[in-house]
Design a protein around this ligand. Structure first.
Ligand code: SF4
Length: 388
């Protein structure tokens, strides 16, 4: 981490996110910025533009060597091996990497080949995050995923063969028509593979998606709050029993395998996002790149950084973000670090809110940390709302 300044920000962005906004086709629940069915030419042009952005961005400040790099999407593994390699070589060239850097790539089990995995490994990628979502073919099909259960096994074993020793599996629960038994079966299969990291997210039904429209019309058979909570608790219990530590609301890791890149977000530390739609947080400013590929390309072709709007955040906003992002971590918000960073005591800034949440038994102070209680964990959104 960089040095802290009095103004309440960390001076060095040494965490880099790169967005690949392409997918084979669009899943029924997805509202991420990703464009389906793009031609290989469009992807090649995009990768050239990404390099252009790296060059411009790297020239605007002197970042410390990257501690983490995260290639996400969309579907990064939709890119052919040579483009994946080019991006990783470029990011290393422009931003440098700490020797122990965590370099993650999100991989869709439907787009993986041994060649791509080998290229990723030799380009320094040491963490693979597999978008498994479910081991149930019926549910995968309903979600509009391009992969099936057998593809997960194949991708996982190929990744091990290519030398990946740090693999995450992303899972989703609370799916339409999913029973507790379905979810238990998915957890069992995921655990049997013995990945180093697991993430279990509850389905968010977003408005402008096929499932959002079905739900609005009353035609999506969602499990309901009670069953969803049972699924969440099931995941927490089964994963804990198998030796995974829950360190964030949805994230579980074997000791030593927490995702350092994502922890950066939860600590509200700075990061640089590259690529269409990528967000950045840096020196008290936040911005998002153009989502639209033409606008993204036009800015870069004109020699400008493709930043849509830069928002200056007030210390008050930064404090609020540090609270509600930090509470996602099971260890909670480090109150001493908060004081060092902002020159204020969170217990004074948020006296009223904290009193109410403490009384309600949703948060607790443990040593120097303010954290969610066991009771507060499934009600986290209510807690976060108090700080917004
Ligand atoms: S693969 Fe991921 S990013 Fe692409 S459409 Fe599906 S959910 Fe969205």
């Amino acid at each position: 981490m960089g040095t802290m300044s009095q103004a309440g920000f960390v001076n060095k962005a040494s965490h880099i996110y790169i967005h690949i906004p392409f997918c084979v086709r669009k899943c029924n629940y997805c509202d991420f910025i990703s464009y389906p069915e793009q031609s290989p030419e469009v992807m090649a042009v995009y990768c050239r533009l990404l390099e252009e952005e790296m060059k411009l961005a790297a020239g605007t400040w002197q970042p410390g060597p990257a501690a983490t790099v995260f290639l996400g999407g969309g579907t990064p593994t939709i890119l052919p091996a040579d483009l994946l390699e080019r991006i990783l070589v470029a990011v290393e060239g422009y931003f440098n990497r700490q020797p122990e850097a965590e370099v993650s790539v999100e991989a869709n089990p439907g787009t993986i080949t041994l060649e791509k995995l080998r290229v990723l490994r030799s380009a320094g990628v040491n963490r693979l995050s597999l978008g498994v979502q479910s081991f149930d073919d019926r549910l995968l099909k309903a979600m509009g995923r391009i992969h099936r259960r057998r593809d997960i096994y194949q991708a996982y074993h190929l990744a091990r063969r290519a030398g990946f020793a740090n693999i995450n599996l992303d899972l989703i629960f609370g799916l339409p028509g999913q029973t507790l038994e379905d979810w238990q079966a998915t957890l069992r299969e995921a655990l049997a593979l013995q990945p180093e990291h697991l993430a279990a997210y509850s389905l968010q039904v977003e408005e402008d998606t096929p499932w959002g429209r079905l739900a609005a019309a009353g035609n999506l058979n969602l499990p309901g709050e009670e069953l969803e909570l049972a699924m969440y608790q099931e995941a927490r219990e089964k994963l804990a029993a198998a030796g995974y530590q829950q360190y964030e609301i949805s994230n579980f890791a074997r000791p030593g395998y927490r995702c350092r890149h994502n922890v950066t977000y939860w600590l509200n530390h700075p990061y640089l996002g590259l690529g269409a739609a990528a967000a950045s947080s840096w020196r008290g400013e936040r911005w998002q790149n153009y989502k639209n590929l033409e606008q993204y390309g036009a800015a870069l072709s004109a020699g400008r950084l493709p930043r849509a709007e830069i928002e200056v955040t007030t210390p008050r906003q930064q404090m609020a973000e540090t609270m509600f992002m930090g509470l996602r971590l099971l260890a909670g918000v480090n109150l001493q670090a908060f004081r060092q960073r902002f020159g204020k005591d969170a217990r004074e800034v948020y006296a009223g809110e904290m009193e109410r949440l403490l009384q309600a038994g949703l948060i607790e102070v443990q040593g120097h940390h303010l954290k969610l209680t066991e009771r507060g964990l499934p009600l986290a959104n209510e807690v976060f709302a108090a700080f917004v």
